[in-house]
Design a protein. Structure first.
Length: 132
């Protein structure tokens, strides 16, 4: 448990360091903005491979994230707090999926990995929300 917190702190430090450089700052925001749509698409693709019923269930769960992802794709400028909240809300989705869905079709560690990734990105974006 302690090692996970150390790893999380280390990752946050590295990402925040890169945010200080304006070139990296805009590239990272752009990357997080344009790849948000992949979060629900990964779940939907995995569900489609499992069965039509599972796909329909996960499609409805993922619909808000698909809509937000499309919004991020078409908007020119993004408010970092909104992007941060979007990633944090996906953490809640992942936690719900991990503890509520009985038969997960994803790789054993996928939900945990996605939770850590989303949480790190949400925190970095929130910490740097005034640098936009």
């Amino acid at each position: 448990s302690y090692h996970c917190y150390c790893l999380l702190d280390y990752c946050l430090g590295i990402i925040c360091y890169y945010f200080k450089n304006s070139f990296h700052h805009y590239r990272m925001i752009s990357f997080f903005k344009y790849t948000f749509i992949l979060l629900p698409i990964i779940y939907c693709a995995g569900a489609l491979l499992e069965s039509n019923e599972v796909f329909l269930r996960d499609f409805w769960y993922s619909l808000p994230f698909l809509a937000i992802g499309i919004y991020f794709l078409i908007t020119k400028r993004v408010i970092l707090v909104v992007l941060s909240i979007s990633y944090f809300s996906h953490v809640l989705f992942d936690l719900t999926y991990l503890f509520v869905i009985d038969k997960s079709y994803m790789v054993n560690f996928y939900e945990e990995l996605c939770i850590v990734y989303d949480l790190i990105i949400a925190l970095v974006l929130f910490i740097n929300r005034n640098n936009n």
